[in-house]
Structures are given as C-alpha cells and as structure tokens.
Design a protein around this ligand. Structure first.
Ligand SMILES: Nc1nc2c(c(=O)[nH]1)N[C@H]1C(S)=C(S)[C@@H](COP(=O)(O)O)O[C@H]1N2
Ligand SMILES: [Mo]
Length: 369
C-alpha cells in the first residue's frame, strides 16, 4: 500500500496551537456542547498532513506473539461485531500554562480564557480490539500490544534526522478490555482524515496519545515496549528523591473545566447566570463538582448530569453575581477514589505541561452593558 502525506486543511474554526500547522484546538463554543461536532474536534498530529490511506487497499495486520497471525481489509472490519461508545479524551498537554495564568491574574486585566481546547467528546463506532486478538489467539508469552500508525517522520521536538513511526503500546489487560475499540466512525460519519481514517485505536479513559490514528499494525510482544513515543514523550519527571524518575501518563487524571462563561462573554450584575462545564476522571466516576466564584475561598456544589459510557460529565451552577467587577471562577471535581484536583500544577520539574489537572482560575468581568 502506497503511503503518501496528503495535505489536509482543517476547518477554519479550529485554533492553530503550534508552528507547522499540525495541531489545532477546539474553539470554546465546541466544548460547550456535550458532543463536539467533528469539524470542531481538536486535531493533534505529530506531522503535517495525513497519510493518504485508501480503504480499497487498506489492511490491518495482527502479528507477534499470537497463534494465528492474519490481516484484515477495511471491508472485513465493517462486517465484524460493532460497538458504539461515547468517549471523551484529552491530549495530555491540554490546559493553560500556569505561569501564563499567574501573569494574567497579577496584571488583573484578565478577560481572555484559552487553553482547554485540546480535548473533546464524541460518539465512536468500531470493532472491539479483543475480537481481533481472540481471532489471532494471544500466546501466554504476551506482555504488551503495540499499535502502529501509518505516519512517520523526524520527531518535531528532538528534530532527529531519522524517521520515527508513531507507535505506542498498551498493557495486555487494557488491550483485552471489551471497550477498547478499533473505531471507523465518529459521530455517525466515517472517521475524518484528520482523526485517523479509515481506522483508529480508541482507548477509553486514557489520554489521547494512546489512541493511535491511521492504524495499520497490531503486534503482540513478550516484553515492555521501548519505542520513541512510548519512552521519550508523555511522561512527567518526578521530584528529587522520588523512587521512579518518570511517571508515564496513562489514565486521565481527575479534572474539570468551565465552558460557560466563554471568553469575552458579558455577564450582568444581579442577574442569574447559568455557569456550566465538564468534568471527567479516566475510567472512574466523578462524585462531586464544586464551584467557587471568589477565587477559591468558598465552594458550592454544582449540579451534575450523568455521563454516557466514557463521556465527560456535564455540570451546571446558577450564579447571581452580586455586583459589577472582576471575579475569578473555579471548578473542582472529585472522583470515587476521593482524588481531587490540586490547587497548583504538581509535576513541572522538567517544564513539561503534561497531565495538568490543577484547579484552573477562570477570570470574568461582570458589568452592566
Ligand atoms: N498515528 C497517530 N496517532 C495519533 C497521533 C499522531 O500524531 N499519529 N497523535 C496522538 C495524540 S498526541 C492525540 S492527543 C490524539 C489526538 O486525536 P485527534 O487528533 O483525533 O483529536 O491522537 C493520538 N494518536
Ligand atoms: Mo496528545
């Protein structure tokens, strides 16, 4: 199968987040909806463009520590058992940089709220991965399952001249989980090119980098995978004295965001305003979302809507701002393990913003218009 990088222009509403036009954040209006429409769903690509995979020639191979290696066509995939799941995921780099907020709040002229757009919730349809793994017959020697994307190139940060392929592994238990999907549909439409057409892995509850797009290979291995995007990215450096040097991110940490008010929205004094947002915690349940309208001094419970499958929970809070002025709104989620969001971003030893789940200040100005 010939693989060429096809230039693709994302929807103009998406916000470019880095040089080289590889990644795009969802605008605030996208995160206000329970289901983020495909054209507003964030895009995070390691290289520009998309591998131009053709469904007619597409094959997905299953090999390695299996009894019966095989490959399937795209048409065959569509005949296999189908599962539909709502799944929320965020890129582990999602979130404003704390120093940015410190500065804005210190300057006290905060109005612009950005930085949560590299996440979304969609309804995905596909084949449970376990169906293919059972057909192949995983050997007792299996330890992990490696997923290979069709995209490759020099790494964007390391700038290494050699080609690296986008590949990552899952532990066997997560690979065999009945909800780990090989998705070919997103919100009822064929998977868009930018989101991995024709087929992507979808790992519910885990950070986005595990959900390999343009999936062409599945390889069961008898050891721990040490590929570049497994060991050199998406980990946080632990503090001095820690037992482990790095913590590798897997399941999404407990987190919440405020989506209403949006940046620049006018809020009137003395009138009830419906604050809203989202909360999630990997595969776990959220048991509580609280809201502060005074920069974290006092907290009130928000009203939570139930989640669907692995979607985020939506929440609301009716707030009547007492008077005109500047307010710092905050939300704080707690999961069923008693884990809650930290006041400050904990893991910043190496300056990487990965896995930031702090309580984010959401500044707003209340004024009569
Ligand atoms: N093949 C491939 N899969 C990939 C990536 C990539 O660059 N190549 N990016 C990963 C990252 S870091 C994220 S956050 C999600 C983003 O998925 P989306 O672009 O569909 O929103 O895809 C993941 N899967
Ligand atoms: Mo990501």
């Amino acid at each position: 199968m010939a693989i060429t990088q096809t230039p693709v222009t994302p929807q103009p509403q998406l916000i470019p987040t880095n040089l080289g036009a590889r990644s795009f954040a969802a605008p605030p209006v996208a995160l206000q909806q329970h289901i983020v429409p495909n054209e507003l769903f964030f895009v995070r690509n390691h290289w520009k463009g998309t591998p131009g995979l053709e469904p007619a020639t597409y094959r997905l191979s299953v090999e390695g520590e299996v009894e019966r290696p095989f490959s399937v066509s795209f048409a065959d995939m569509l005949q296999l058992p189908r599962k539909v799941l709502q799944v929320t995921f965020e890129c582990c780099g999602n979130g404003p940089v704390p120093s940015y907020w410190d500065k804005q709040i210190r300057l006290n002229n905060v109005e612009k709220v950005t930085g949560h757009g590299i996440m979304g919730n969609a309804e995905w349809a596909g084949v449970p991965l376990v169906v293919l793994l059972e057909r192949a017959g995983v050997k007792a020697s299996a330890v992990q399952v490696v997923f290979t994307g069709a995209d490759h190139g020099p790494d964007e940060v390391a700038g290494a001249p050699q080609e690296v392929t986008y590949e990552r592994a899952l532990p066997l238990a997560k690979a065999l989980h009945p909800d780990t999907l090989l998705a070919y549909e997103m919100n009822g439409a064929p998977l868009p090119a930018l989101h991995g057409f024709p087929l992507r892995l979808l790992v519910p509850g885990w950070y986005g980098m595990t959900s390999i797009k343009w999936l062409v290979g599945i390889r069961v291995i008898d050891h721990v995978f040490k590929g570049f995007y497994q060991t050199d990215r998406y980990m946080v450096q632990n503090g001095p004295g820690a037992q482990e040097f790095y913590t590798y991110l897997t399941e999404m940490k407990v987190k919440s965001i405020i989506t209403n008010p949006a940046p620049g929205e006018v809020i009137l004094p003395g009138q009830p305003y419906r604050m809203a947002g989202a909360a999630w915690s990997g595969e776990r349940e959220i048991v509580r979302v609280e809201v502060s309208t005074d920069g974290g001094q006092t907290w009130q419970p928000a009203q939570m809507m139930p989640r669907i499958d692995y979607s985020w929970y939506r929440w609301e809070y009716l707030w009547t701002p007492p008077a005109a002025g500047k307010y710092v709104l905050m939300s704080r989620a707690t999961n069923n393990q008693g884990e809650t969001q930290p006041v400050e971003f904990p893991n910043q030893w190496d300056g990487h913003p990965y896995g930031n789940n702090m309580i984010f200040p959401h500044p707003v100005t209340v004024r009569a218009c």
